[in-house]
Design a protein around this ligand. Structure first.
Ligand code: FER
Length: 332
């Protein structure tokens, strides 16, 4: 059972104030005005009577917030964040050694066991795409939410999603070049997950195994979730790219991994506890494809949460939002 998310109001205010000072300034993309973010928190304030003996407390509500609140993406002086490191594993699927980046909690210890989030990059990316981009605030969001007790300390694994056995093959906008992305399900399930589970001190099972991805990674997140829902309890597809079902967009003709009427969970399948699909309202790359996925999932009776991120493009605003909301849903 996850810890209910409660922080004392004073602590919240102090953190909120320091978060306003701790800044994301100087970065190419500013998220939202901090006053906007902070006012949205007011909904969760409980009175002393409601909390019984406890001091007036702040409780984050379980609703989706379009933007990651500033308080969770800020670099706080009092929180120790994990660092990304790099590892390798032998992939029987690809018949070669492959790399991944891994974010371990700052005080990672073999005496504890941690849930794991597998986080999938976009097209042309690799295992460094997330770990080398400081603007996505992954370390901060995961570290702050754990520090505040919303989630348990969590390991984040960022694989290379291009699962090919041909070292000369390169990604591109044609069916052949895209195939290794669709093959990643095999590498993930048969090679990477067993490696992570044997090399690190992790909790196993769907309750402790999360899957998220951006764009091409969002597309594979949906595909993998529909194929293997018993493996992942908490899932978020951020700005998922076209091609799960047949279509033609400005980049290429997609044959489709599955047909539209297959965009659902198998009869009797255990579905994820949380399955989020989201996208920015101004996404200039995948446009309305994520919304179409939502409509297909709806039409086929596959439970999920759909939301749009007002003003976000195909960018870190969407990534931060999806990551925050996934972790926030896990906390309930
Ligand atoms: C496409 C449009 C977008 C596509 C992939 C993408 C393979 C992926 C974008 C990204 O990962 O950022 O037609 O086809």
């Amino acid at each position: 059972m996850k810890k209910k998310s409660i922080c004392v109001l004073m602590a919240f205010l102090i953190t909120a104030l320091s978060a306003c000072g701790a800044s994301t300034q100087g970065e190419s993309e500013m998220v939202t005005s901090s006053s906007e973010d902070l006012s949205s928190f007011a909904t969760g304030i409980k009175t002393e009577e409601e909390e019984g003996a406890e001091a007036t407390a702040f409780v984050l509500d379980d609703e989706i917030k379009e933007r990651c609140p500033v308080i969770f993406e800020a670099t706080r002086g009092n929180v120790s964040y994990g660092e990304f490191t790099h590892g390798t594993y032998y992939s029987d699927t690809c018949k070669m050694e492959r790399g991944y980046s891994i974010l371990l909690p700052a005080d990672y210890s073999k005496d504890k066991k941690y849930p794991v989030l597998y986080l999938l990059h976009g097209i042309f990316g690799d295992e460094y795409s997330f770990s080398q981009d400081k603007s996505n605030k992954i370390r901060e969001i995961v570290g702050n939410m754990a520090y505040d007790g919303y989630i348990d300390e969590t390991i984040v694994v960022c694989p290379n999603m291009y699962a090919t056995s041909d070292p000369d093959q390169k990604p591109g906008f044609d069916s052949k070049s895209v195939l290794p992305y669709d093959n990643f399900i095999n590498d993930l399930v048969n090679d990477l997950m067993p490696h992570i589970e044997s090399e690190y001190s992790v909790l196993t099972g769907r309750e402790n195994t999360y899957l998220a991805g951006f764009s091409m990674g969002g597309r594979e997140t949906i595909y993998i979730t529909l194929q293997r829902p018993e493996l992942f309890g908490y899932v978020c597809a951020i700005s998922p790219a076209p091609g799960i079902v047949p279509t033609q967009d400005k980049f290429m003709t997609h044959e489709g991994q599955i047909q539209e009427d297959e965009m659902k969970f198998a009869e009797g399948a255990i579905e994820p506890n949380v399955f989020i699909v989201c996208c920015g309202t101004r996404d200039s790359v995948v446009g309305t494809y994520p919304k179409q996925y939502h409509e297909l999932l709806d039409a086929n009776g596959a439970d999920h949460i759909w939301y749009e991120i007002t003003g976000a493009d195909h960018d870190n605003n969407a990534i931060k939002s999806g990551l925050f909301n996934l972790l926030n849903q896990i906390s309930f």
